[in-house]
Design a protein around this ligand. Structure first.
Ligand code: UDP
Length: 238
């Protein structure tokens, strides 16, 4: 078998990826399938840092948060990511993968706080590090947390696992002629107004020359293909 294309990656999992076909929350079968994919990659010796979203439980800008103070709603969103991180770490334990959850907001009785050197140490020890509570600040997203932690951990790439299989020329649901990019530069993605990540996350990756791979988490084998450098999803490059 050939060698993985990366030594250290930052995997961004959206909260919605945990829902499966359910309207909200965590779908057991879905999380188990996802974790099985992650375990395969971890067993290859690839260092895995994970940022988990919270959109399956709470989103600061969602209709349910209307009328609330935005910062308060965002803190609720961050707490939702902590719940997902705990579920993910627990599911990993069941398949023999050691994971550590680190939170950007102080919640020590539940998970340890984010301390950069410690996170780096865990990665070097072969543990999966799950970053919870996003950046720890309201008005940001977990995509931005992925760009930030990816930069801090010196990851080679941000792997943005979504429900779609890549970045398209147009919305494939509306335009039957839409085609998927195999790769595209940051500059072209901006010029063509393509939505890869939110603007803050995208700008940080671009500044740090941190490439992004967008791929489908629901497609069997897709994560492994990405890790092995096979053709999969869309690469956004410098
Ligand atoms: N959030 C935040 N700051 C962060 C990351 C997340 O305030 O640094 C809040 C925000 O309300 C967001 C929610 O947490 O809507 C869940 O995160 P996100 O929407 O990024 O999750 P995903 O779409 O990946 O499931």
């Amino acid at each position: 078998m050939s060698k993985p294309a990366f030594k250290r990656v930052l995997l961004k999992l959206s909260g919605e990826a945990l829902m499966g076909d359910d309207p909200y929350g965590i779908n057991r079968g879905t999380i188990e399938r996802m974790v099985a994919d992650v375990a395969e990659v971890a067993k290859l010796g690839v260092e895995l840092a994970v940022v988990i979203g919270g959109g399956n439980i709470f989103r600061g800008v969602a209709p349910g948060a209307q009328g609330m103070d935005r910062a308060t709603a965002d803190y609720m969103g961050m707490l939702a990511t902590v719940m997902n991180a705990l579920a993910l770490a627990d599911a990993m334990k069941h398949v023999g993968v050691t994971a550590r959850v680190m939170s950007a907001i102080g919640i020590e009785q539940v998970v340890e706080p984010y301390v950069r050197p410690k996170a780096l140490q865990y990665l070097e020890e072969g543990k999966v590090v799950i970053f919870a509570a996003g950046t720890g600040n309201p008005f940001f997203t977990t995509d931005t947390a992925a760009a930030l932690r990816g930069s801090e951990m010196s990851a080679e790439i941000v792997l943005k696992a979504t429900k779609v299989d890549g970045v398209y020329t147009a919305d494939p649901k509306k335009d039957p002629n839409a085609t998927m990019y195999q790769k595209i530069s940051f500059d072209d993605a901006i010029a063509k107004h393509l939505q890869v990540m939110d603007a803050t996350a995208f700008a940080l990756c671009r500044d740090q020359k941190l490439p992004i791979k967008v791929f489908s988490i629901t497609k069997p084998g897709a994560l492994m293909n990405v890790i092995m450098g096979a053709e999969e999803g869309t690469l956004v490059h410098v």
